[in-house]
Design a protein around this ligand. Structure first.
Ligand SMILES: NC(=O)c1ccc[n+]([C@@H]2O[C@H](COP(=O)([O-])OP(=O)(O)OC[C@H]3O[C@@H](n4cnc5c(N)ncnc54)[C@H](O)[C@@H]3O)[C@@H](O)[C@H]2O)c1
Length: 256
């Protein structure tokens, strides 16, 4: 898919990887609707990037909220061709810890934002993508990219809910790609390792320091711009479909 002139919905696009993806899409001639809870950061992104970007205050756990964001996007840009899901929360608690069993409300919230939120946004974007005139003889109408994590494969102590939510994103990639193949929409996911974003910076300093040197090579945290580069490569390359791509500099997370 050629990004020039195309319209993307980017959930979680007000911060971190999502914001960097919005910047890169705009630099390649695309337009973007940021779906995020953080209105202040969303307004700052619009001020930075201008009329190619709109902000919709969307909570990905709410169907009504997403529908309102989709309406706003269609009113602003007239179509949706790309959906990138980055909205997510990092949570942690042991299955049975000092304070008792894993709090079920924390489990439910993690799954609701990271997994159900991702599916909720993409299914409503797909509805709009199905209306697009195919870009070429292959019938290209849309591209969806979700954000999993290496925690889908090597979740650490305390990451039962986070890993389940990200494992769900990996697991649903192929069946959704199959569901949407008949209408020219590809579905892929990216599983980042340790990326330097506000989410990662929120870790306690000793954990941050310890984790920063764990990638195999290069021995540093990943950059949001590196993830954004991969996202636009996947959008542009029509022969990548139903795939989960690890981006982790060879990292394999240890139990702690
Ligand atoms: N940073 C890392 O090392 C890392 C590694 C692997 C995976 N990830 C995943 O990448 C994605 C992006 O993470 P990031 O590091 O850029 O984080 P970030 O905290 O910088 O950005 C996440 C954004 O999601 C938004 N958000 C949270 N809950 C929302 C909701 N209910 N509705 C709408 N928006 C909501 C936040 O407001 C924020 O702007 C997340 O899904 C995260 O789990 C991050």
């Amino acid at each position: 898919m050629n990004i020039q002139g195309k319209v993307a919905v980017v959930s979680g696009g007000a911060s971190g990887m999502g914001l960097e993806i919005v910047r890169r899409l705009v630099s390649l001639g695309g337009k973007a609707a940021i779906f995020d809870l953080n209105a202040t950061a969303g307004a700052a992104a619009v001020a930075e990037l201008g009329e190619s970007v709109v902000f919709a205050e969307v909570n990905v756990t709410s169907e009504d909220s997403i529908k309102a964001g989709i309406e706003q996007t269609m009113a602003a840009f007239g179509a949706i061709h790309i959906c990138v899901n980055c909205a997510g929360i990092a949570t942690g608690s042991k299955t049975l810890g000092k304070n008792g069993p894993f709090p079920l409300d924390l489990w439910n919230k993690t799954l609701a934002v990271n997994l159900t939120g991702t599916f909720n946004v993409l299914r409503l974007c797909a509805e709009q993508m199905a209306k697009n005139t195919p870009e070429n003889a292959d019938g290209v109408c849309g591209a969806i990219i979700n954000t999993a994590s290496v925690a889908a494969f090597e979740g650490q102590v305390g990451q039962a809910a986070y890993s389940a939510s990200k494992g769900g994103i990996v697991g649903m990639t192929l069946p959704i790609a199959r569901d949407l193949s008949t209408i020219g929409i590809r579905v892929n996911c990216i599983a980042p390792g340790l990326i330097n974003t506000p989410m990662f910076e929120s870790l306690p300093a000793p954990v941050y320091e310890a984790l920063s040197s764990t990638p195999l090579f290069p021995k540093r945290l990943g950059r949001a711009a590196e993830i954004a580069h991969m996202v636009t490569s996947v959008i542009e390359n029509d022969y990548i479909n139903g795939e989960c791509i690890r981006m982790d500099a060879g990292l394999r997370m240890q139990p702690k």
